[in-house]
Ligand binder design. Structure first.
Ligand SMILES: [Zn+2]
Length: 89
């Protein structure tokens, strides 16, 4: 039996690196709703993934990568940015 559990990999919208989903932050956006940090990886809607690093958050914000990935009509607000910053390591 194969003992290694295959982990889904996700691409960071900041740096473009692929990492196991569990080490990344997920931001979820349902159409018509404000995007949220999805710590349990279970919210419905589109998801954007980010390494837990300030440089990745900054790059994603500068490139509007989350907005593009989540197809947001407005930019990621200060509230969400602050929530993401709390999750950085
Ligand atoms: Zn990254």
């Amino acid at each position: 039996m194969n003992s290694t559990v295959r982990q889904p990999e996700r691409t960071c919208v900041g740096c473009g690196a692929k990492r196991p989903q569990r080490v990344m932050l997920r931001v979820a956006a349902l159409e018509g709703d404000a995007p949220k940090v999805d710590l349990e990886y279970c919210l419905p809607g589109r998801g954007a993934y980010l390494c837990r690093m300030k440089s990745c958050l900054e790059r994603a914000l500068a490139r509007r990568a989350m907005e593009r990935s989540l197809k947001l009509k407005t930019s990621v607000g200060a509230g969400l940015t602050a929530e993401l910053e709390q999750q950085l390591i």
